[in-house]
Design a binder for this molecule. Structure first.
Ligand code: ASP
Length: 578
């Protein structure tokens, strides 16, 4: 069955050469006595010409075949195909296997529903566009291994069945058969293990690590996903970030041939939130948020503005006419999702400002609003008032959706930056509890340690995210390496000394035995592959993903456990007891 070469290795250089090819019939065109097939292999597609078509009445799509023949110049070249100038004139075709009619078309353009694609994923994966995503994914890994080894990192695996490691999401639990009533947790990340590897003296660790988080799914999230997980000792923040930038640069070079300019920009969390309303700003377009409370509405008669912590707005150019009642209603609905009563929309049309809220705006305020944004006829202002942690993300989301809708983002353009100086803690909007912004091992900035006992919510941290085109492509922190500080942080997060001892005793203990200053980060491998592959669906770059209801339509996971399995694990189901 030996193939002499891959389909797309052939070109006009090989004319008249005898070749043996292997692959799938991707398309067939029968022109009477002549039959053309597109033969698809791992590398791509080549046209095969079969002169005595009647000999192959059965050659159908997705049959697996071996083709022997000679390379020839094509009469009508196809400039869209890599092998478009040539074809192979078949001497012999051997059918290695047949195929049923497939439930979806196997070509780059497919109208199959996503659940059909996932149910027949092995067919979906045959599509050349899908295979390209996996080439990119693979290249990211190859580059990671080579760059990190060049820089003295060592790859070490850490357990999948572990004790819980808090990263903010819910955990997947695995019941123990041997210890009834006890559970392993699947790692949300190898966080504590990698820190313990620093205590263990490895200094530079990495792992292409599988991680598990039981969260509501979105287009860029999966319950099991892969991180390039990294930890280093003895580097300060900038030394570490520069080392990581080198990796990103090589990854961009080796996957899509794009030159990333180093060093990357660094933007504080505060600036990102206030200018873009997001800690993962897409900075490829403007539409920035402006403060309006003092700047425009200092003397407002509008009570909601007077009372609000912040009044902020954006100005969208040229959409006044398109901003119907319906559009305004949907903007207000968006505001409600972010916990605000609504927002104010003002239009600038025919030299006049209009909108239901305009009666509250004085002439002086009108002109200062126009001046603030340098606005023109046809523009609209979207203004929100309330607490900053609701107003900013709301306007950030609206900004992003206008950016996309108005085509302000150049396709295939890349913008990379670090967002730094995150707060140590934030308040959970629903419970109002203090939670760690990143995770509880994050080190407060030295200059903020003075607030540890008095007002810890004031503390900023050595935490950083790498943001690419508005995606958080990775993030990490320098770590606490002092046992007392670590305990205090756990206490602030609501854990008593007893609970700390019970849950993290081993970890806090280890900090007493000569722990080096250390820090690290994790890149989302799936997210990187998604960004570099040019798709906004994370499932495209994962071979066998779950759908948005966390189900795999192919294997039907998760499935029910049998009575016997449950018994063995010492479990009974509440629903079934009823
Ligand atoms: N464990 C962190 C995460 O998964 C990354 C890190 O801090 O290294 O986000």
């Amino acid at each position: 069955m030996k193939r002499t070469c891959w389909n797309t290795e052939l070109s006009v250089q090989n004319i008249n050469e005898k070749v043996t090819l292997l692959g799938w019939v991707s398309k067939r065109r029968n022109l009477g006595s002549i039959l053309f097939i597109d033969l698809r292999d791992r590398s791509g597609i080549i046209q095969i010409m079969i002169k005595d078509a009647d000999k192959f009445p059965d050659l159908r799509n997705e049959y697996v075949v071996q083709v022997k023949g000679a390379v020839s110049r094509r009469e009508t070249p196809n400039p869209k195909m890599k092998t478009g100038e040539i074809e192979v004139i078949a001497d012999q075709i051997i059918i290695l296997n047949t195929a049923k009619t497939t439930p979806m078309i196997i070509a780059d353009e497919t109208d199959a529903l996503e659940d059909t694609r996932l149910k027949y994923r092995y067919l979906d994966l045959r599509r050349p566009a899908m295979q390209k995503y996996f080439d990119i994914r693979d290249q990211i890994k190859i580059t990671t291994h080579s760059y990190l080894h060049k820089n003295h990192f060592i790859e070490i695996e850490t357990p999948i069945l572990c004790a819980s490691s808090p990263e903010g999401a819910k955990e997947y639990l695995v019941p123990s058969r041997i210890h009834h009533g006890s559970f392993y947790a699947l790692p949300q990340s190898p966080q504590m293990f990698k820190q313990l590897l620093m205590v263990g003296g490895f200094e530079r660790y990495y792992q292409i690590a599988r991680c598990f988080r039981d969260e509501d799914l979105r287009a860029d999230r999966q319950p099991d996903f892969t991180q390039i997980d990294i930890e280093t000792s003895f580097l300060d923040q900038n030394e570490f970030l520069h080392l990581m930038e080198g990796l990103i640069k090589e990854i961009f070079q080796n996957t899509i041939g794009y030159e990333v300019k180093l060093p990357l920009r660094q933007m504080t969390y505060r600036e990102a939130m206030s200018r873009f309303g997001s800690d993962k700003p897409d900075t490829r377009f403007g539409l920035e948020l402006h403060n309006l409370k003092k700047e425009v509405f200092a003397n407002t008669s509008f009570e909601a503005f007077q009372k609000a912590d912040v009044v902020r707005g954006i100005c969208v150019n040229g959409v006044a006419e398109a901003t119907s009642r319906k559009v305004i209603d949907s903007l207000n609905l968006e505001a409600k999702k972010f916990g605000l009563g609504g927002l104010s929309v003002l239009k600038l049309e025919h030299g006049e400002m209009t909108g239901s809220f305009v009666k509250f705006v004085s002439e002086a305020e009108k002109s200062s609003l126009i001046k603030e944004f340098d606005a023109k006829d046809g523009d609209i202002f979207i203004i929100a008032a309330g607490p900053a942690n609701r107003v900013n993300p709301l306007l950030g989301a609206i900004r992003l959706s206008y950016g996309r809708q108005l085509g302000l983002i150049k396709p295939r353009s890349y913008d990379l930056l670090w967002v730094i100086d995150f707060p140590m803690f934030e308040r959970d909007i629903e419970s109002n509890k203090i939670v760690a912004s990143h995770h509880p091992f994050t080190r407060p900035r030295d200059e903020d340690l003075k607030y540890l006992d008095t007002d810890p919510t004031k503390m900023l941290s050595y935490a950083y995210d790498i943001v690419i085109n508005g995606y958080e492509a990775g993030g990490g922190t320098l770590r606490i390496y002092d046992q007392d500080v670590q305990k205090k942080i756990f206490n602030i997060l609501g854990l008593t000394d007893e609970q700390v001892k019970e849950k993290f005793g081993y970890f806090v203990d280890a900090l007493q035995y000569g722990t080096p200053p250390h820090g690290g980060m994790a890149f989302g491998l799936d997210r990187l592959a998604m960004i570099l592959g040019g798709t906004d669906n994370i499932r495209d770059v994962i071979a066998f993903p779950k759908n948005l209801s966390a189900v795999d339509p192919m294997t039907n996971a998760p499935t029910k456990a049998s009575e016997e399995q449950l018994k063995e694990l010492g479990l009974s189901l509440i629903d079934e007891q009823k």
